[in-house]
Structure formats: structure tokens, C-alpha cells
Write a protein that binds this ligand. Structure first.
Ligand SMILES: *Cc1c(COP(=O)(O)O)cnc(C)c1O
Length: 234
């Protein structure tokens, strides 16, 4: 039940688990950004997060993003994590400080020209479908290198790293391999010394598997249910 969700407790719990995962991996917790995925959740719950020191939020719909930014009216870091259609790019560029879900050159082009129009540089991640799931968006592993080459000359976007949505599994250990694949892909592409390309962000891990993702090098984890409880879609 929504009303029984204790956001404050949940945040403390997630932060503690992040810390423990970092300890196991000999990493500093400051290397890992917790993104509170607030999609479908009310502004009041976001306010409770803010009271607990959370400043980074993830949304997956352009309209919901702009509505919440207006309603909250305070500077926060909004990340766009959902599938983005080119006709919605204008609502997201300039509002989101990072777009996690760029999966085609055409979309990157649209983001680049919107950013140029607004005279800004837009940070993006390339979304990779590491497990080759038919139901998922994202570049195939084999396509990432070409994608990076093609967008590397775009002046108004900055490729900061890679993102993946791992398969839904009961046992998060099953995703360890996929997180490792994403990390190795980032290292491999960085080693090619492509002009303007030096990635340092790995956005991987959700409520079910963020601890494993951190052990495998995640620098951003996207946690929704673990903070806000189950989502109820009308
Ligand atoms: C909804 C969503 C999340 C959060 O999922 P939970 O399992 O609720 O933590 C993370 N990443 C993306 C891209 C999402 O759409």
C-alpha cells in the first residue's frame, strides 16, 4: 500500500546498502550517485526525499518531468531515464542534466541540434541492451563503438558514459556478468582514444540489483521501488 511506504526509512536503508556494497568492492561511496527514480510518484514524496538530502531524481516521461520541475521550483538534478522520442526532445534538453537513454544516432542528432538552439552542451549516456533482450531498447553491444564514432564530432552533446537496464531476475547474481560486460565495453571504447570521448559514467543497477552493479563498478544507480514502494499504473 502506498500509504504505508516510509520514504525516509527506505532512503536510509538504500544508502546503507550502497555503503556496504562499496566496502565489499573497496570503493568510496562518494563514487556512487543514488538516483531516486520518482516516476509516477507525487511531488510530496519527492519533497520527503529532498528533506533527506536527496538531490538527484530520475523521470522517464517528458511531460511528467516538466510538470514536476515546475511544481517543485527548486534547483535539483533531474535525469531523464526513459525511452525518448525525437518530438519530445525539446522538453527534455535543458531540463534534464543527463539523458541516460540515447540509443540511436538520429536521436543524438536531435538532442544535439536542440542543445545548439539553446546554446548549451547536453550530457548524455548511450543505452546498451547488454543481454540482447528483444523487449528492450538500447544499442546492441556490437553497435556501440560505431555509434560513439558517429556522434563524437557533435558539438552540443557530451557523451559521459554507458547505461543499461539489466534483465528482470530473481537472483541479482545472474546480472553480474552483464554489468561486467558494460564496464568492459566502456574501458574498451575509452582505450580507442577517439577524439572528445573519455567516458566515466556507468549507470547500472536498479532496486533488484544495484548492490551487484556497484560491486561491478556502477557510478550511478537508479532506484525507484526501493525508495518509493511499488508503482501503481492507472
Ligand atoms: C523505473 C526505472 C528504474 C527504477 O526501477 P526500480 O526497479 O523500481 O528500482 C530504473 N531505471 C529505469 C530506466 C527505469 O525506467
Amino acid at each position: 500500500m502506498c500509504s504505508n511506504v516510509n520514504v525516509t526509512e527506505n532512503i536510509k536503508n538504500v544508502q546503507e546498502r550502497i555503503k556496504q556494497a562499496c566496502l565489499r568492492a573497496d570503493r568510496n561511496p562518494s563514487e556512487v550517485t543514488l538516483i531516486a527514480v520518482s516516476k509516477t510518484k507525487p511531488v510530496s514524496m519527492i519533497e520527503e526525499c529532498i528533506e533527506n538530502g536527496i538531490t538527484v531524481f530520475g523521470e522517464n516521461k517528458a511531460q511528467e518531468l516538466t510538470r514536476k520541475i515546475e511544481a517543485i521550483g527548486r534547483p535539483l538534478d533531474w535525469h531523464f531515464i526513459g525511452h525518448l522520442q525525437r518530438n519530445k526532445v525539446k522538453y527534455v534538453v535543458g531540463n534534464a542534466c543527463l539523458i541516460h537513454s540515447v540509443d540511436s544516432v538520429r536521436l543524438a542528432e536531435a538532442i544535439n541540434s536542440e542543445a545548439e538552439k539553446k546554446n548549451i552542451v547536453c550530457d548524455i549516456l548511450a543505452e546498451v541492451n547488454v543481454a540482447d533482450e528483444e523487449s528492450k531498447f538500447g544499442l546492441a553491444k556490437e553497435e556501440v563503438h560505431d555509434f560513439v564514432l558517429q556522434i563524437s564530432s557533435f558539438k552540443n552533446i557530451k557523451l559521459r558514459g554507458l547505461m543499461t537496464i539489466a534483465p528482470y531476475v530473481e537472483d541479482s547474481e545472474e546480472n553480474r556478468l552483464y554489468f561486467r560486460v558494460l564496464r568492459n565495453l566502456l574501458i574498451d571504447i575509452n582505450s580507442k582514444n577517439i577524439d572528445n570521448i573519455n567516458m566515466d559514467v556507468l549507470s547500472m543497477g536498479m532496486t533488484g540489483d544495484y548492490e551487484v552493479a556497484i560491486e561491478e563498478g556502477a557510478t550511478m544507480v537508479r532506484v525507484g521501488t526501493g525508495i518509493f514502494g511499488d508503482r501503481h499504473y492507472a
